[in-house]
Write a protein that binds this ligand. Structure first.
Ligand code: ATR
Length: 273
């Protein structure tokens, strides 16, 4: 139910129609009987700052920020958490009388999803890709004490990431299959494997038996990479869990309830596929 006292939040993106966040947050709102709503908020890059200020002026509790606005959101905040500074991006805004507060819950969501699959974050990790998602995940894994190596098709982008995150190691893209032998965790943060994109061609033949393989791609639910991991008896960690877990802190801040992550949530979000 939405009354005159409803708490409001949403997701700012461009485009935003593909986002599963409205489905997820509105599922939780219904489940907890909260007087509130979570809306898709399409805002073009040129309008982003005005949109954020307008939402705050109109009484919104806050918003999620997705592609392509995450870096612009960082610049717009009055205060930011260390997670956002490390990630170089903000995905969660909380509005208050004091101003606009930003955090980045992507790394938290990734690590929480690993934990939900019984996978630790502290072992040697090989990350494929050097975009925004890679930076948030690398920061979270480094903070958890992991040795993190990043391999990216474009070496310069991996080097730039290592400059932003001291301690991060860079590996030539062509050595990625060899490096699996020394890894406890392999993470695909590239867009490869997404519906409509080429698959990530990655031979897991050198994988140690205990390797966990995480993919941040969640559509399809099981990418070719995860299917290969499963077929080899390795531990697959699907990407939808990261999306669900990263949403928890924002929901708690805006709506006052820390929401459960369980099978029913996944069923609700998967149903929107
Ligand atoms: P995001 O910020 O969401 O992580 P992004 O910045 O567009 O997205 O990054 C996409 C990642 O997928 C990059 O690491 C990109 O590699 P490049 O830096 O070389 O562009 C990677 N990627 C996309 N298509 C690829 C392909 N065909 N082969 C290898 N990597 C690819």
């Amino acid at each position: 139910m939405i009354t005159g006292r409803a708490r409001l939040a949403g997701v700012l993106g461009w485009p935003v129609g593909h986002s599963r966040s409205p489905l997820l947050h509105n599922y939780w709102l219904a489940r907890y009987g909260i007087d509130g709503a979570y809306l898709p908020l399409p805002a073009a890059p040129a309008d982003f700052a005005a949109a954020v200020r307008g939402l705050r002026a109109a009484g919104f509790a806050g918003a999620n920020v997705t592609i392509p606005h995450k870096e612009a959101a960082l610049a717009l905040c009055d205060t930011v958490e260390e997670s956002a500074r490390r990630a170089g991006a903000v995905n969660t805004l909380v509005f208050s009388g004091a101003g606009i507060h930003g955090s980045n819950t992507d790394g938290y969501g990734f690590v929480a999803n690993l934990a939900a699959h019984g996978v630790g974050a502290g072992g040697p990790a090989l990350l494929l890709g050097a975009g925004g998602a890679a930076r948030a995940i690398a920061a979270a894994l480094l903070d958890a004490g992991a040795e993190v190596t990043v391999a990216n098709r474009t070496l310069e982008r991996a080097a730039a990431l290592a400059e932003a995150l001291p301690g991060l190691r860079v590996l030539d893209w062509e050595y990625r299959e060899r490096a699996i032998a020394d890894s406890a965790l392999l993470v695909n943060t590239t867009s490869l494997g997404m519906a409509g994109q080429p698959v990530l061609g990655m031979d897991l033949g050198r994988a140690p038996a205990s390797l966990a393989v995480a993919d941040i791609v969640y559509a399809p639910a099981e990418t070719a990479l995860l299917a290969e991991a499963r077929a080899r008896g390795l531990k697959p960690v699907p990407g939808l869990g990261m999306l669900v877990h990263q949403a928890v802190p924002g929901f708690a801040a805006w709506f006052g309830v820390r929401p459960a992550v369980d099978d029913e949530v996944f069923a609700a979000v998967a149903a929107g596929a």
